[in-house]
Structure formats: structure tokens, C-alpha cells
Design a binder for this molecule. Structure first.
Ligand SMILES: Cc1cc2nc3c(=O)[nH]c(=O)nc-3n(C[C@H](O)[C@H](O)[C@H](O)COP(=O)(O)OP(=O)(O)OC[C@H]3O[C@@H](n4cnc5c(N)ncnc54)[C@H](O)[C@@H]3O)c2cc1C
Length: 421
């Protein structure tokens, strides 16, 4: 083509138009609209990145009922006395300042035909792309004798905030020489090392404050995350205090009585002072209401976290059935960035980078005794697939364990800044 003045002006004008208004998909209503349900590790990160990177080209609304998000990550350290509850709380002010429209309400339904989300407070919000990151709910009837109405007598403390505070209060009120019981969950569940880090932190607290107390863990699994590291640590720091009863010894055959405060494990009834029941889990209910679950979880495409049932809905974090990644805050944050990039690309034509994911889960066993497990992942047609991984070794030197703990402190500061700005 011969470049004459007319062509030059025309193409510059087209380029300028692209720069000034980079939206390519708004369904005839001006700016494209993204609604995010759930302001946790997945949702807050996705909302923040889409608003930040699109520089006002996309309307982003985050629906989250609570005004403060209390992280589950590091909540065990609060039980152990290493953190205060206020250290775990984060507000949504930074997201609002970053251009996210934060609506404190519950999403109660999704109309996929009309592309709207209904709110408990009334009204509905329209979307072009919907991102669901509602975390977990519990499977009804998973532990005989327990349902949500028993969560004050026997807390799960597997959602952050008041449940964690309640469990800590119960731990502190235990009588001298009392018994703390945990009913551990079956796979797959939020934070594979979480129950065992919790056992370690409860033991740390009891060793200092109630050294003749005992901990019983009834576990439906035959093995668990970082098992050799935890069991080595329990033997080193808390000898004789922790009795872990795995599936081989009837740990899965459990019922509880919240009124009598008893736990029955394989027919044997034990009176307990505190009972931390962590039931089997499923995707947060809104995913089911949106019709994107298959069984307990929501299947997604690994490249962009889009739902296999609806390409305009993306599901992040614990709620997603995605492949090899564990259900962790780190995973949710990593998935959110891949999703944010893909959603922005679909709505504005910006570059979409190949999906890459990573995760590390740190656990504290005792003061300065930190261990970790992690991996990198890529998107395949079938799933998010593990590429390579690492894990702490048993018998590591004390300075390496201290460095691992300090690394986890840095991660906590980093991820919460990444989520909330
Ligand atoms: C004891 C414990 C320790 C842990 N430690 C670690 C750790 O060290 N490292 C790590 O990476 N991960 C850890 N985790 C796991 C981590 O907390 C979760 O994997 C992570 O929070 C999942 O992110 P999410 O976005 O899927 O869900 P969440 O972070 O739980 O966020 C979900 C949000 O959705 C909101 N929501 C739900 N339903 C609706 C609705 N209908 N409408 C509007 N909002 C709704 C909720 O209020 C909530 O704020 C731990 C978990 C526990 C329990």
C-alpha cells in the first residue's frame, strides 16, 4: 500500500481510538462489566487486578458481605499465640480506592440467561463476565451428630474471624489436664496441612499453659500432607501429647454429641473439653446456585479458570475443580491473576499471557520451626497440571527452619498487599 496523507491520518485516528477506548466487548452498553462474588484470596485479587490493569476501561464490582476479611492463613498462629486477631483482619478500603465498586451484600442467585447476580439486599447486578470465588461450605451430614447449628459448641474454625476467636477462647478455657479433640476432614479440602499445623499450634499453647492436657485427632485419611515432618516435630516438641488416629485405626468412624461433649471413635466414647469438627467440604453455595458445580466442586478450564458449564463465568480458589493445585490462599491468588488477565483480554483485547501457576504452603510446628511444600503448574487441555515441586526435609538444621518461618512471614505480608492493595 502506498502511504499517502489520507491513509496516514485514517490509520492514526484508528490507533488513537484503540488507545483511548480499548473496549471490544461491552454488549452494546458502554463499558464492559465484571462482577466478582467473594472478597477473599481469589476474588479480592481478581477484582483488584482487573481494575488496576484495565485503568478504568472495565467496571468492576465486588460483592462481599463482611467489611473485614480475616484470613484463615496464619489463623493457626493466632491459636498458638504468635499472632493477634487484628493481625489477620483486612478492610476493603484499598480496593475501593483502586477503583473497585465494593458492595457489602450476599449474592443469592445468578441468572445466566439475563447475566445478572441477585443480592440479598434486593436488586441485581448485570455482568458481562462473572467471577465466583466463594470459598467453601460444608457437606451436610458429613460428621454424624454435627451440623451448622452445633458450630458454637463444636467450632470448625475453617472460615476466618469469629469461629477462630471462639476456638481460641475454648482452648484457653480448657481445664487443667483436659482433652482437645479434632475431627479432621476427608480429601479434598481447604489447606491440606491446615489441620496438622493447627494441632501443632494447639499443642504449643497447651505445652506452655496446660502441659498435662491431651490432643486426640480422629482422621478419615490414611496419610496427610507433610506427615513425616509433622510427626517428627510432634515427637520432638510435644512428646506424648498428641494421639493421631488415622483411618487404619477407625479414625473415619466418628460421631459427636455436642450436648454431651463426647466424641465416639470406632465405638469408643470419650468425654472432651473442646471439639474442633472440620467436616467434609464443597464449593461455596453460590456456585451451586449458579449451576456451575458438578458434585461438590465447580469444574473449570485451566487456561483461564472459566467454568466448563458457562464461558462467561469463572470460578477461582477453593470452589474450583481445577486439577493438581491444593486448595490454598496462594493457589487462589495465583489463579486469580491468570483469570484477571484472561478476562481483561476478552473484554478489551489486551494481550493474554500463557497461564502459569504456583503455590507454597508453609506450616509452623513450634517457635521458629517452619516447614514448607510447594510446586509450579501449567495449564493443559485437561487440567492445571503440576510441573515440579519441593518439600522441606526431616532433620533440617534449626537455622533453615527459622529461615523457612521468616519466609512465610514475608509471604503473608506480600499476599495480603496483593489482595487488598
Ligand atoms: C486453618 C487454615 C489455615 C490456612 N493456612 C493457609 C496458608 O498458610 N497458606 C495458604 O495459602 N492458604 C491457607 N489456608 C487456605 C486459604 O484460607 C483458602 O484456600 C483461601 O482463602 C481460598 O480463597 P477463596 O477466594 O477460594 O475463598 P475465601 O478466601 O474463603 O473467600 C471467600 C469469600 O467469599 C465470600 N462469600 C461466600 N459466599 C458469598 C456470597 N454468596 N456472596 C458474597 N460473598 C460470598 C466470603 O464471605 C469470603 O470472604 C488456610 C485455611 C485454613 C482454614
Amino acid at each position: 500500500m502506498k502511504l499517502n496523507r489520507r491513509v496516514f491520518i485514517g490509520s492514526s485516528a484508528a490507533a488513537a481510538t484503540t488507545l483511548a477506548a480499548p473496549t471490544v466487548f461491552a454488549d452494546g452498553h458502554g463499558k464492559p462489566r465484571v462482577v466478582v462474588v467473594g472478597g477473599g484470596a481469589g476474588g479480592a485479587t481478581a477484582a483488584r487486578y482487573i481494575a488496576k490493569d484495565s485503568k478504568g476501561a472495565i467496571d468492576v464490582t465486588l460483592i462481599e458481605p463482611t467489611r473485614m476479611y480475616y484470613t484463615c492463613f496464619f489463623s493457626n498462629l493466632y491459636l498458638g499465640g504468635f499472632k493477634e486477631i487484628d493481625d489477620l483482619g483486612h478492610s476493603y478500603g484499598g480496593l475501593a480506592a483502586g477503583g473497585v465498586n465494593v458492595v457489602h451484600d450476599w449474592a443469592t442467585g445468578v441468572d445466566r440467561e439475563a447475566k445478572t447476580v441477585a443480592l440479598a439486599g434486593g436488586g441485581s447486578l448485570p455482568y458481562d463476565k462473572l467471577i465466583l470465588s466463594p470459598g467453601i461450605d460444608f457437606v451436610d451430614g458429613a460428621v454424624e451428630g454435627w451440623d451448622l447449628s452445633a458450630q458454637n459448641a463444636m467450632p470448625h474454625a475453617y472460615k476466618g474471624g469469629s469461629q477462630t476467636e471462639l476456638l481460641k477462647a475454648q482452648l484457653m478455657a480448657m481445664p487443667e489436664g483436659g482433652t482437645f479433640a479434632m475431627v479432621a476432614p476427608p480429601n479434598p479440602y481447604r489447606c491440606p496441612p491446615g489441620p496438622y499445623e493447627r494441632v501443632s499450634m494447639v499443642a504449643h499453647y497447651l505445652k506452655a499453659n496446660n502441659p498435662t492436657a491431651k490432643i486426640i485427632v480422629a482422621d478419615p485419611k490414611e496419610k496427610f500432607s507433610k506427615q513425616s515432618l509433622f510427626q517428627e516435630g510432634w515427637a520432638n516438641h510435644y512428646e506424648g501429647m498428641i494421639d493421631w488416629i488415622g483411618a487404619d485405626f477407625g479414625g473415619g468412624n466418628v460421631s459427636v454429641d455436642p450436648n454431651a461433649m463426647t466424641v465416639t471413635i470406632d465405638g469408643e466414647v470419650t468425654n472432651v473439653d473442646v471439639c474442633n469438627v472440620i467436616p467434609a467440604m464443597k464449593a461455596g453455595r453460590i456456585a451451586e446456585l449458579a449451576g456451575v458445580t458438578d458434585g461438590n466442586w465447580a469444574p473449570v478450564n485451566a487456561a483461564d479458570m472459566s467454568s466448563k458449564a458457562d464461558g462467561d463465568i469463572h470460578v477461582l480458589g477453593d470452589a474450583a475443580h481445577q486439577g493438581d493445585m491444593p486448595k490454598s490462599g496462594y493457589s487462589a491468588n495465583s489463579q486469580a491473576k491468570v483469570c484477571a488477565n484472561a478476562v481483561r483480554g476478552a473484554l478489551t483485547g489486551s494481550k493474554i499471557f500463557p497461564a502459569k501457576f504456583s503455590n507454597t504452603c508453609w506450616s509452623l510446628i513450634d517457635t521458629n520451626d517452619g516447614v514448607k511444600v510447594g510446586a509450579t503448574y501449567e495449564a493443559t487441555e485437561e487440567k492445571i497440571a503440576k510441573v515440579d515441586g519441593f518439600i522441606s526435609a526431616t532433620g533440617e538444621a534449626a537455622d533453615l527452619r527459622r529461615a523457612t518461618y521468616e519466609e512465610s512471614e514475608g509471604w503473608y505480608a506480600g499476599i495480603t498487599a496483593d489482595m487488598f492493595g
